[in-house]
Ligand binder design. Sequence first.
Ligand code: IPE
Ligand code: IPE
Ligand code: MG
Length: 250
Amino acid sequence: MGLFSKKKHHTAGQVDENRLPRHIAVIMDGNGRWAKRRGLPRTAGHKVGAEVFRKIATYCKELGVEYLTVYAFSTENWKRPADEVNTIMGLLKQYMLEAIDSMERDQIRLRFLGDLSALSPELQELARRTNEISSHIQGFQANVCLNYGGRDELLRAARHFAADCVEGRCRPEELDEERFSGYLFTDGLPDPELIIRTSGEERLSGFLLWQCAYSELYFCDTLWPDFGPEDMDRAIVAYQQRDRRFGGVK
Ligand code: IPE
Ligand code: IPE
Ligand code: MG
């Protein structure tokens, strides 16, 4: 905690705490390469990566960011070797168990976004319990995207809306951006002002395809297990230097 407390790091002077993004999203990438460079199995990178997520969530909360959404497992990540998938699921289970014990004390709301029906019944139950506890907590919210894919999310939304029309609950011409957003996993969340991807890859890999319309994108070479508060500060400072026009002129 101390290492990451606001007072002890030194680039914070540059972050304007009055102009923080409300919602930061992160594609936590590079766990495998981090491990490989150390001659370790890829799974070792995921273990450290999970720890870094905890620290960065705490850091964002301390800074005053309202929402942090991270990409933890994509709809495509099932293609990976079974032992890697199992390790990631095991880490998620551990994380959920710890969160169930600590989120009320830490005042961190935790939500899992994505198609959770593909997870084991045990993980689904733990996710349900964390969501239930979160509903009693106010303040900072961390969203973990799990078996999440942006196209999957959009297809579900379209199907759900079509079903609502067929069943007479609404009419096609009533669909606008706000209403459509309500069919997404991110229902109720503001769009992320800032999306960060670590590890030097410069693509979205299906992350928040609807929500990213006007997000500022920030790419850094740091591998996720090496990502620290100073990297988060750099990303926020870069964001604060951007000229956000939303199609208009200034
Ligand atoms: C991100 O790290 C974590 C997940 C996708 C689950 P990677 O595992 O993709 O790490 P690299 O990209 O292979 O280094
Ligand atoms: C995106 O990373 C998904 C997560 C970080 C969970 P990947 O490592 O799976 O993406 P690609 O394969 O490099 O596009
Ligand atoms: Mg990767």
